[in-house]
Design a protein around this ligand. Structure first.
Ligand code: A2H
Length: 255
């Protein structure tokens, strides 16, 4: 990536229904009433209204790390270690792990994505292209504005049986979040079609789409939803980030 640190927003996505598989693996490892948050690293906090699912790498190993008496973060160990040097855990350099779990065991869990229009929750779904070496290993899905996310949800819906998921989990409504002069109000869909992207594995075209979407969204985009509707993305982005951090639904995370 570019020079200097990447300033992510760590979005706290609370688990409120584990899969049976996850429940069996976590049995006895979490205290009664524990809050577990999957932490998704994003560069686009202003798009969080459009979250439709939460991606994990099915073969990535995650840890569950204790941040307070009652609260736990689910992410890669690598990310937890970084967080421990950014005052995210109470004791500098410490990130107590209470359990490990494979991404595939989390697929199907019901989670609450802050700010999302889908208030009754979204599902954890598999994304093969999640890198264990970047961010937290958890990626929140915003198919209106991320070409990767759009290509992935389309593929998941098309091959639901193969992925062992319910088709409808990948087919939550995609609300328009940002409008731009070149791509309309569904930037990702527009670019995926324009660049003839057929699969989440079309890495080269997706990289191009990502670049175009980011530039146009950031410099030309206007918010269509939320407290900053009508404002430029450039202006709204730090405001949405601040709001999420103030409400305790997110924190700053750099790497
Ligand atoms: B972004 P950079 Cl709406 N593996 O968030 C693969 N992708 C990852 C990841 C990982 N381990 N960790 C984070 N990401 C994704 C929103 C979004 C993002 C939108 C549009 C573009 C976009 C919703 N998904 O990213 O390599 C996350 O997806 C394109 C720049 O560190 C994160 O922001 O530059 C972004 O990639 C971080 O990518």
């Amino acid at each position: 990536e570019g020079v200097g640190p990447q300033e992510y927003t760590g979005i706290k996505i609370k688990v409120f229904e584990w899969t049976e598989d996850a429940m069996a693996q976590l049995e006895g490892k979490l205290p009664q009433g524990a809050n577990v948050y999957m932490v998704a690293a994003t560069l686009r906090p202003e798009t969080m209204y459009g979250q439709t699912c939460c991606f994990v790498g099915p073969s990535i190993e995650y840890g569950i790390f204790q941040v307070s008496e009652t609260d736990f973060y689910l992410c890669t160990e690598r990310a937890a270690r970084n967080m421990a040097y950014q005052k995210i855990f109470p004791e500098e350099g410490k990130y107590p792990c209470v359990a490990n779990i494979l991404g595939s065991a989390l697929v199907g869990s019901l989670v609450y994505a802050p700010l999302s229009v889908h208030k009754s929750g979204v599902r954890v779904l598999p994304m093969e292209t999640v890198l264990a070496t970047k961010g937290t290993g958890v990626v929140t899905s915003v198919p209106s504005d991320s070409p990767d996310d759009y290509a992935t949800v389309m593929d998941l819906a098309k091959k639901a049986e193969y992925y062992k998921i319910k088709k409808e989990w990948a087919e939550l409504e995609i609300p328009p979040i940002i409008k731009t002069p070149s791509y309309g109000d569904k930037t990702a869909e527009f670019l995926v079609k324009k660049l003839k992207i057929n699969s989440p594995k079309d890495a080269k075209q997706l990289a191009e789409a990502k670049e175009l979407a980011y530039k146009e969204g950031f410099y030309q985009g206007i918010m269509l939803i939320g407290d900053f509707a009508g404002e430029k993305v450039e202006v709204a982005k730090p405001k949405v980030r601040e709001q999420l951090i103030k409400s305790g639904e997110a924190f700053a995370y750099a790497e």
